[in-house]
Ligand binder design. Sequence first.
Ligand code: ZN
Length: 204
Amino acid sequence: MARPGKIVCVGRNYREHAKELGNDVPTAPLLFLKPPSAVIAPGVPIVRPAVSQRVDFEGEVGIVIGATLCKATPEQCAAGIRGVVALNDVTARDLQKSDGQWSRAKGFDTFCPIGPEWVGVPPLDAITVVTRVNGEEKQRGSTADLVFPIPGLLSYISHIMTLEPGDVVATGTPAGVGPLQAGDIVEIELVGYSTVRNPVESQA
Ligand code: ZN
């Protein structure tokens, strides 16, 4: 798909994932941004930067915005969705912890693989996301389990920053995150909608 104008992400939006990293479940969506320059297409290698010892996959449901949403209601936001994409919120976990904020850990080049866009609005509370590394299942979640369901999440974001056509909202990752090594193949599947599969390399 075309490069998004911005990528808005939400942290700790599945209870079990918040727990596995020792974090509380937030009382309001915990937002951060990934730079559009991090986006890569299926098949393009994810490059592990030399400064990180721990690069994790995070399989996520990506929502593609189809309308201008400014201070919009959840209903307006649901109607303003253009499609969905499989998205890998690749994260340098050690740098995320040491930096105290997440721009570097989440923002390296190649850290945002995005799959082909499925155009339409699927049942927003019943999208299944599966992550496999070298064919082995590592994560399986459903948007039924989101702490902040998609329409309300989009509305919350739209009261902070205007969502514009082509923007992508990454809705958080379920439990089961883990590391990627050079030579791995990592695949995120939104079952029935979109898949993104990428090899992993170490920085030369
Ligand atoms: Zn994430």
